[in-house]
Every structure is written in C-alpha cells, then in structure tokens.
Ligand binder design. Structure first.
Ligand code: FAD
Length: 411
C-alpha cells in the first residue's frame, strides 16, 4: 500500500517535470503593457516592484499603500510611520525617500527612475480607512508626482479665479511644490503644432515666453444648454438661453428647474438640494431654497473649500465685514501633515456672525461644514469661539480663526 502511494507520487512528479518542459500556452499578454497592482502590504509591494523594475513594469494600481522605501528596513517604521503616521511617528519625507531612491538607481540596484515619468499609476484610498491612513496614499501620490511628466498650467488671472485669493495662492504653491510650472497673469496667444523638441507643441504666451507639451488641455467652462429643447411649448421663457426661476424654482406654471440649469452655482449637492426642494414645493409645501450656505470644494492637493462670501464680496454687499486668517503651516495640523494652507473666516461686525469661510489644507472639504452650518443658522461668533474642536485637526485651525476673530471684534 505504502509502495503504491510512493509510486503514485513519483509518477506524478515525473508527469509534472514533463509538463514543466512544455512551452507555456500563449496568453496574449503584451509584454510592453505590464502593470502590477496590490492592496495594503500588496500595494506597497506593487510600488516597490514598479519602481525597481520600471523598464518592464509600466504602471501600478495601488490601494491603501505608501511611497517607495517608506519602511527603510525597519519593521517599526513600517508598522507605525508607514501605516498610521502620527506626531511622534511621522511619514518619512518624500524628498528624503526620493533621494534614497536615486541612490539605489545610481548604484544600478533598481532601474533608472527616468522611466517613471511614463508610468500609469492608479491610487485609491478609503477616507474612513483606519488601518492605512489616507495621508499615506497622499504621500505616494506626491512621490510619483515628483517623477511625473513635466506639466505647465497657464491661467489668465489666478488659479480657480472664482475661489478666495488665499485658496488660489495655496493651490498654486501646492502645484509648484509638486513640480508643476504655474504661469499666472498670462494668456496663450498662439500654438505651433509639433514645433518643439521631440514633436512637442509650443504654446506662445502673452508675456513673450512659451511652454511646450505633447498634450494640451483647454479648460473652457461649461453651460447647461437649454436652447432647442422646445421649452417654450410648455410656457418656459429663455433669456440668453437660460431660465429665470422664481424663489421657488418655478419657471412656468407647474414647471420647475433643478440642477446646473437652475444656478446659482453648479454642484452635485446643489442639484440634489434643489431636486428635493422642487418635489416638496410641487407637492404643496410652502418652502423656499436658501442659497446663502452652499459649500464649494476642490479636490486638489491641497484641498480647497469655501462657503458664503469673501470679505470683498461682503463689503460690496454693504456689510461692515473683515477677514481673520490663520496660517495652517504654523498649526499642529500643518506640522503633523507637513501641509500649508489657511483657514479664513469673514465676519459681519453688524450681526457678529460669520458670512463666509475659506480653507486650504488637509480635509478642507470636510472641515468647511462647521462653517456651512454657522453661516446657515447665523451662529453667533461668540458661540463658535466657545466650541471645542479636536486637536490636531483642520477644524481646530478654523476654531482658532473664530477665536481670533472674536478677539478682533471685541467681546
Ligand atoms: C468633470 C466634472 C467633475 C465634477 N465634479 C464635481 C464634484 O466633485 N462635486 C460636485 O458637487 N459637482 C461636480 N461636478 C458638477 C456636477 O456634475 C453637476 O453640477 C451636477 O451633475 C448637475 O446635476 P444636473 O442634474 O443638473 O445635471 P447632470 O448631472 O449633467 O444631468 C443631466 C442629464 O441630462 C441628460 N440630458 C442632457 N440633454 C438631454 C436631452 N436633450 N434629453 C434627455 N436627456 C438629456 C444628460 O445626459 C445627463 O444625464 C463636476 C462636473 C464635471 C463636468
């Protein structure tokens, strides 16, 4: 019996050896399009593999993992700094990791890092992930960005010109830090197709300088086109292609508008809000939409967010308004996240409430909601300044702005 089993195993091994010599079946894989993906520790492995073998691995899909060489050979660093960084266990600086990566590349221990400019990289993080903090994935994005394709942004005025000037400045600084060539206050005057090095297009600018690139992205804005839909047949009047809703979003008898076509701004959350309003109004509720506290968020690095009016807009609206601003870089949150930015509040001296708030920095799109509610229900500044916010968060820096504004206003 035992002999039979041994024989069977031996025969199986011989058969396996024979199969090992057989040519592998054609899988139809393109050897020039190999990417590697992974989750968590597998994500770290995918990054290591991509960076180390960038001449053959042309991209990486990474979920919940951080930059190359993060652990630097230490299990403790891997477990704390590279998963849930904190005040005493910060993520290693990206420049430091990049310098170490260059040392390895120069020693030919890994492939030349020039290849990374062409890498296709997909990064994912869960905002509620407590095992691998989303800031770890942000750092990975920064790591890859430093090897990125040279990018230039040309803007006539400032970036995101409708946002608060401090948000625009923080965004320009963040992009410049990531190596983006930001040209402000100029506009393109001509494009010379394929006239640059290696067939790049040359874009001539109004100040006499030029930028080059193989791809040109033109941001022209968007409108909700209503012409030609036949809306006049149901009694809807268009003015320059737009509707003029009344204070209940009504555009004709029993006809309502919601979303981008309604204005005053274009956001998904505003479309939802208006949709719900319209349904209630149509069913007979005596309600009216309130657009004073519409949150705005831009999901860049750093994130920017805002609500209500800037100081200038408030003064133009006849309010006796001033702004109070706190530099995020000098706050505990700025230190922990190695981030710059600001929290600014706009105070109406008359009502002693805030009529606007603007944030650039980590989690700005979440932190703004404290101010959204305050603008909406006209919370007294004294109450806002007396509200406890968790340390160290961006919300807390906003709380500091409330306290500083109350000091300026006088108790
Ligand atoms: C690239 C991009 C990124 C964005 N990111 C954000 C974001 O992060 N956060 C945010 O708040 N907002 C964002 N927005 C804005 C947001 O998408 C819009 O404000 C929101 O979708 C508006 O909702 P809506 O219902 O008015 O229009 P839509 O969502 O555009 O819906 C209109 C629908 O009507 C259909 N349609 C058009 N014409 C006709 C026709 N003749 N007949 C039948 N159907 C038609 C369209 O196909 C579409 O499905 C983004 C917009 C863009 C373009």
């Amino acid at each position: 019996m035992l002999f039979t089993r041994v024989l069977a195993v031996a025969l199986a091994l011989i058969a396996a050896a024979a199969r090992a010599n057989d040519p592998l079946p054609a899988l139809g894989a393109d050897p020039h399009a190999v990417t590697v993906s992974g989750v968590s520790s597998g994500g770290y492995m995918a990054v290591q593999f991509n960076v180390a073998h960038s001449s053959v691995v042309t991209g990486a899909g990474v979920l919940a993992a951080g930059p190359y060489y993060c652990a630097q050979g230490s299990v403790v660093t891997a477990y704390f700094n590279c998963m849930t960084p904190g005040t005493w266990t910060p993520l290693p600086g990206i420049e430091q990791l990049r310098a170490q990566t260059e040392v390895l590349a120069r020693a030919r221990s890994i492939d030349p890092t020039d290849n990374l400019a062409a890498a296709r990289v997909w990064l994912f993080s869960g905002t509620g992930d407590r095992t691998v903090d989303p800031s770890v994935v942000d750092a990975l994005r920064g790591f890859y960005a430093r090897y990125g394709v040279p990018t230039a942004i040309v803007a006539r005025r400032r970036l995101n010109a409708k946002d608060h000037p401090r948000n625009s400045a923080a965004l320009a600084a963040g992009l410049a830090k990531d190596g983006v060539d930001v040209r402000l206050g100029v506009e393109p005057t001509a494009v010379e197709a394929g006239a640059g090095p290696a067939g790049a297009h040359v874009v001539r600018l109004s100040d006499g300088s030029a930028v080059t690139g193989h791809e040109i992205l033109l941001a022209v804005g968007r409108v909700a086109p209503l012409d030609g839909l036949g809306l006049e047949t149901i009694g809807v009047a268009l003015h320059d292609g737009r509707v003029r809703p009344d204070d209940q979003l009504r555009v004709a008898e029993d006809v309502f508008v919601a979303g981008d076509a309604a204005g005053p701004e274009m956001h998904t959350h505003l479309a939802h809000y208006q949709g719900e309003m319209v349904a209630r109004i149509a069913l007979g509720d005596d309600v009216r939409p309130d657009f004073r506290a519409v949150p705005r968020a831009t999901y860049t690095d750093p994130e920017t967010a805002g609500v209500g009016m800037t100081g200038e807009e408030a003064r133009r609206a006849g309010l006796d308004a001033f702004e109070e601003s706190i530099d995020l870089a000098t706050s505990a949150k700025g230190y922990v996240a190695d981030a710059g930015g600001h929290c600014t509040v706009v105070v109406d001296r008359g009502s002693r409430t805030i009529v606007g708030a603007f944030i650039a920095g980590p989690g700005a799109s979440e932190a703004i909601h404290l101010a959204v509610l305050a603008v909406k229900i006209r919370t007294p500044l004294a109450v806002l300044a007396d509200t406890i916010t968790a340390f160290p968060t961006t919300s807390r820096v906003l709380g500091t702005a409330f306290t500083a504004a109350l000091a300026t206003l006088g108790r």
